[in-house]
Write a protein that binds this ligand. Structure first.
Ligand code: HEM
Ligand SMILES: *[C@@H]1O[C@H](CO)[C@@H](O)[C@H](O)[C@H]1NC(C)=O
Length: 332
C-alpha cells in the first residue's frame, strides 16, 4: 500500500516535471528493454527478422501460429532467453524443446534459424536469439492479423545458457487447467487475469493435436457444443496415441486469421480446451470474453500490450546472459 502510494507520488512528480519541461521521459522501456535497441548497433535487425517471418508465413501460415506460441513457451520457462531453442547435447540431453509441451507440437525453429543467419551476416554477434523470438512473435502477429495487430517490441534481451525439459512441466499450463490454476500460473510470471484472457486469444490461429483435448473434452461429458464435438470426433481417434495423433484447426471460422473470433468461439462453446472453456466460469473473465468478442479493436489493443508484457518476463542481464552465435547452442 505504502509502496503503491510512493510509486504514484513519484510518477506524479515526474509528470509535473515533464509538463514543466525539465524532465525528458526515457524512451519506452520495460525491465531495461528498449524500443529500437538495435537502432545504432544493427540498424536493419528488425527489418531482417520481419522479412524472414513474412517469407515463412507466405509458404505456411501455420508457422506464424508456431512463432506466437514460441514466445509464450520461451518466456514462461527461465524467462525470455531463447532457452527453448537449445538443441540436445551429450552434456544436456534433455533441453526444453524435447519436453511434451514442446515436442512434437512447437514449430517455427527453422524460421528463427533463417532470421539469425541473415542477422549474423549483417551484424555478427550483436542480436540475441531471445530478441529474434520476440520480434518474430510480433511480426507473425502483424502478418496473421493483416497488420491490424501492429506494435513496437522493446529489445535488448540476452540469451540463457540453461535449458531443462522438466522445468517446462513446472511452468507451462496444460490444457486441462481450470480458471483458478490458469490465473495462478500467469500470476507466477507477473501477468494479470486480463493478460491471461487476452493472450489466450492467440488460440484464434494454429492447430492442436487431438491428444490435447480428446481425453477431457470428448471422452467425458463437457460443455462443448454437440455438433462441434461431432466434427472433432470425425477428425480424431477416440484415444489418441503418439503414433496416431492428428491435428485440427483451433478456430474453425477463420483458422489462419489473428482476430477476436476466439472469444466468439468460446461463447458458442466451440473452443477446444478446458482452459478455453474455463474463461466463462467467473463473472469477471466472462465479462472480458464478452468485451473482446463484441467491441471492435478492444482485443487487438490489449493483445499488443500483453505481448510486450509477456516478452519482458524474467529477462537476463549481462551477469547471466550472452548473445548466442547459433540459436541452437550456447557459446563455448
Ligand atoms: C492460457 C493457457 C494456455 C494453455 C492451457 C494453452 C494450451 C495450448 C495447447 C494444448 C495447444 C495445442 C498444442 C498441440 O496439441 O499441438 C496450444 C496451441 C497454441 N497456443 Fe496455447 N495455451 C495457452 C496460452 C497460450 C498463450 C499465452 C499463447 C501465446 C501468447 C498461446 C498460443 C498458442 C498458439 C498460437 C497455438 C497454435 C500453435 C500451432 O499451431 O503451432 N497459447 N496451446
Ligand atoms: C532439471 O530439473 C530437475 C528438477 O526440475 C532436476 O532434478 C534436474 O537435476 C535438472 N537437470 C539438470 C541437467 O539441471
Amino acid at each position: 500500500m505504502a509502496n503503491k502510494l510512493a510509486a504514484l507520488l513519484v510518477s506524479f512528480a515526474m509528470l509535473m516535471a515533464a509538463a514543466a519541461g525539465f524532465y525528458t521521459p526515457p524512451s519506452p522501456s520495460t525491465c531495461g528493454l528498449k524500443v529500437g535497441y538495435y537502432h545504432d548497433k544493427c540498424p536493419h535487425a528488425e527489418a531482417i527478422v520481419r522479412g524472414a517471418v513474412g517469407a515463412a508465413i507466405l509458404r505456411d501460415p501455420g508457422v506464424g501460429a508456431g512463432l506466437i506460441r514460441m514466445l509464450f513457451h520461451d518466456c514462461f520457462v527461465e524467462g525470455c532467453d531463447a532457452s527453448v531453442l537449445l538443441d540436445p547435447t551429450p552434456a544436456n540431453p534433455q533441453p526444453e524443446k524435447l519436453a511434451p509441451p514442446n515436442n512434437p507440437s512447437l514449430r517455427g525453429f527453422e524460421v528463427i534459424d533463417a532470421a539469425k543467419t541473415a542477422v549474423e551476416a549483417a551484424c555478427p554477434g550483436v542480436v540475441s536469439c531471445a530478441d529474434i523470438v520476440a520480434f518474430a512473435a510480433r511480426d507473425a502477429s502483424f502478418f496473421l492479423s493483416n497488420s491490424r495487430v501492429s506494435f513496437d517490441m522493446p529489445s535488448g534481451r540476452l540469451d540463457g545458457r540453461y535449458s531443462n525439459a522438466s522445468r517446462t512441466l513446472d511452468f507451462l499450463p496444460p490444457p486441462k487447467f481450470n480458471l483458478g490454476q490458469l490465473v495462478a500460473n500467469f500470476a507466477a510470471k507477473g501477468l494479470s487475469v486480463e493478460d491471461m484472457v487476452v493472450l489466450a486469444g492467440s488460440h484464434t490461429v494454429g492447430r492442436s493435436h487431438c491428444s490435447s483435448f480428446v481425453p477431457d473434452r470428448l471422452a467425458v461429458p463437457s460443455d462443448i457444443d454437440p455438433s462441434f464435438a461431432a466434427t472433432l470426433r470425425d477428425q480424431c481417434p477416440a484415444s489418441p496415441s503418439s503414433g496416431n495423433d492428428p491435428t485440427v484447426v483451433q478456430d474453425v471460422e477463420t483458422p489462419n486469421k489473428l482476430d477476436n473470433q476466439y472469444y466468439k468461439n468460446v461463447l458458442a462453446h466451440k473452443a477446444l480446451f478446458t482452459s478455453d472453456a474455463s474463461l466463462l466460469t467467473s463473472p469477471a473473465t466472462m465479462k472480458m470474453v464478452l468485451d473482446n468478442a463484441n467491441i471492435p479493436g478492444w482485443w487487438e489493443d490489449r493483445f499488443q500490450k500483453a505481448m510486450v508484457k509477456l516478452a519482458a518476463v524474467e529477462v537476463k542481464t549481462s551477469g547471466n546472459g550472452e548473445v548466442r552465435r547459433n540459436c541452437r547452442a550456447v557459446n563455448y
